[in-house]
Design a protein around this ligand. Structure first.
Ligand code: 2P0
Length: 334
C-alpha cells in the first residue's frame, strides 16, 4: 500500500478538502527525545518501524506552524522567517507531505514554520516540524481528526513525528498491519515532576548522513542489527517499570544503554556510521566519572553528536557546575 492510498482512506475527497481550506493560527508541537529509540523500518514508504519506541516530549521546545491556502502554482514555504526556494530539500519535503492532503488537487499553501530548536542538529526538529504541520493542516482543511489519526498522518512525514503529537511520556506502538493503521503513538498517563533533560550542543551543524539514510544503511549492512529489536523490546518493559515506580536509576541506565546499543549498530554498519565527535566522547567520559562519584546523571544520544542529559531537578546545581552551558527542560515541571 502506498502513502497516497493510506491517506485517501482517511480524508474526505480532494475537492471537499480544497473547498474547506482556510488560514490557520499557529499550531505548536513539541520536540521529543526517545529513551527507547526508533531505529530501522520494516516499510520505508509508510515509515513503519521494526521496533516500538518511547519518548519524552520537550514541553516548550518545538515547532510552531501556520498554513494558509494561496493562489499560485507552488507552495510558499517559510522557515524561521526565511522564504525557502521551492527547489530546496526542506521545501520539497514539506510540499511532498502536503501532496498527501491535496490528493491531486492543485491548491497551493503558504506554510510558515518556526523552530526554537536548531534544525537538523539531532534535536529531532523533523519530529516537531511534521507534527506541527499535521496539526495545522488538520485545522486548515477542517478535518477534525482524532489524535491517533493525526499521529498516523504525522508518521508519514517523519516516523518520530507520530510521538510529537502528544506531550509527556509517549509510546509509539509499532503495529503489525501492512497499512500502518495500528502504528501510531499513545500518551502514557504517568507524570514525572522534577525529571530534567539537559541539552549539550556539541555541534549544531547539519549532519552528513541523515537518520533516514542512516537507519536504512544499518538495516541493510549491520549483522548486529539482528539483536536490536530484542534490546528495544526489553528496554521498553524496563522503562515502563521505571516510569511506574519513578525509579530514576532504572530510567537513566535503560535509556543510556538503549542509545549506546543503537549507536553500536550504527558503528558496525558499512560504510561505518559514527555520529560521535571527540567532544561527544569526552562528555560521555565525564558523565561516567561523575556517576562513579555518586551523581545520578545519564545521557541519551540520537543520530548526531549532541548529548541529552537525564537527571533529577534536585541535582540541577551539581550538574550545572560541570556543564555550565546546559539548556535544561523540565517536561513535567518542578
Ligand atoms: C528516535 N531517531 O527514536 C530516533 C533515534 C533518530 C535516532 O526518530 O525517516 O527523522 O523521517 O522516519 O523520524 C529520527 O528519525 O526518520 C529518529 P524518518 P526520523 O528519536
Amino acid at each position: 500500500m502506498n502513502r497516497f492510498e493510506v491517506v485517501a482512506a482517511m480524508l474526505p475527497s480532494a475537492d471537499v478538502c480544497a473547498q474547506a481550506a482556510r488560514a490557520t493560527e499557529e499550531h505548536f508541537a513539541p520536540s521529543n527525545i526517545a529513551v527507547c529509540k526508533y531505529w530501522g523500518k520494516r516499510d520505508a514508504e509508510l515509515n513503519l518501524p521494526i521496533n516500538p519506541s518511547l519518548s519524552v516530549s520537550l514541553d516548550h521546545l518545538g515547532t510552531r506552524t501556520r498554513v494558509e491556502p494561496i493562489d499560485g502554482p507552488v507552495d510558499d514555504i517559510w522557515l524561521n522567517g526565511l522564504q525557502m526556494r521551492p527547489d530546496t530539500m526542506f521545501a520539497q519535503r514539506l510540499s511532498r507531505y502536503i501532496d498527501l492532503y491535496r490528493q491531486g488537487h492543485p491548491q497551493a499553501f503558504r506554510v510558515e514554520t518556526r523552530n526554537n530548536i536548531p534544525t537538523a542538529a539531532g534535536l529531532a526538529s523533523s519530529a516537531s516540524g511534521f507534527a506541527a504541520l499535521t496539526l495545522a493542516l488538520n485545522d486548515a482543511l477542517q478535518l477534525e481528526l482524532e489524535a491517533a489519526a493525526l499521529s498516523m498522518l504525522a508518521r508519514l512525514g517523519s516516523g518520530s513525528a507520530c510521538r510529537s503529537i502528544y506531550s509527556g511520556f509517549v509510546e509509539w506502538h509499532m503495529g503489525h498491519r501492512e497499512d500502518g493503521a495500528d502504528s501510531h503513538a499513545h500518551p502514557i498517563e504517568a507524570q514525572w515532576p522534577g525529571l530534567a533533560i539537559g541539552l549539550i550542543k556539541v555541534d549544531e551543524g547539519v549532519k552528513s548522513v541523515d537518520s533516514r539514510s542512516g537507519m536504512a544503511r544499518t538495516v541493510e549492512s549491520c549483522h548486529l542489527y539482528q539483536s536490536w529489536p530484542l534490546q528495544a523490546n526489553t528496554d521498553l518493559v524496563k522503562l515502563h517499570q521505571a516510569i511506574d515506580a519513578q525509579d530514576f536509576k532504572l530510567l537513566g541506565s535503560t535509556a543510556e544503554q538503549n542509545a549506546l546499543s543503537m549507536h553500536a549498530t550504527m558503528i558496525a554498519s558499512w560504510p561505518p556510521l559514527v555520529y560521535w565527535q571527540p567532544d561527544s566522547l569526552a562528555a560521555m567520559q565525564k558523565i561516567w566519572a561523575l556517576r562513579q562519584q555518586g551523581l545520578e546523571l545519564y545521557f541519551t544520544m540520537d543520530a548526531g553528536p549532541n548529548l541529552k542529559l537525564l537527571f533529577l531537578e534536585q541535582d540541577r546545581e551539581a550538574v550545572l557546575s560541570h556543564f555550565p552551558d546546559l539548556e535544561i527542560v523540565l517536561p513535567f515541571g518542578s
